[in-house]
Design a binder for this molecule. Sequence first.
Ligand SMILES: [Zn+2]
Length: 238
Amino acid sequence: MSVYIDSSSHLHHDQDKNLVITCPHCQAVAHITPSAVPHFEDLQLYRPRQVGLVYLCDACHMPIFLRFTVRVYGATRIELSPQFTEVERAREKFSFTYVPEDVELLFREALACFSQGAFNAFASMCRRTAQAMFADLGEAGKLRLFDELNAVRELADIAPEIFTKMRNVLFGAELDQRSLLPLVDGYEAGIMLEVIKDLLYEAYVRKGKLQQAIMVRRFFLDETGSHVAPLVPADSAG
Ligand SMILES: [Zn+2]
């Protein structure tokens, strides 16, 4: 992959057809088009280590700022590293209905850290979120979460080294209070985010939705005077 600014301040990006991000304004996963590139002469004069480019979101046309690290200041071209930093990142969202208040408070901060690209702060807040969940769900709930984490590993085919880190972040302090948090990068944090959202969903949201739906059904049956057939739990049916 090659990205460079030529001596007439034009940007050349051989992968620009595939340049897609989650837009921080409209939240769409959209292609972005460059709209402002710094002057070649200015960059040659000051030689900053990083340069900022402005793109337009193809979906909503709002500006998107990306920061690239300079690889080489050549005589006729300035080569940039293809990896870039999104200066404004899309905010991560989660629906907190049914999630206890203290768990919500901690996981909201975890999401804020993730959105800011503070991935190790995010991992720390994930550990605190997990601890709040364990305190709320008790020992049996904690074991259920551990099983759930193992199930997710197979479902999502998570690489063993990432899974080990994640287990260490979420459960490490339960086994050893002094267990240090491993360092995580953006890719690992992204996987951890999806997994912890799934754990929260399993622990609270799914149950809450089901209870709510059953309550509504009972209410309407009571209203119409019919009687409710007893519910037989699935595991005692056979
Ligand atoms: Zn947009």
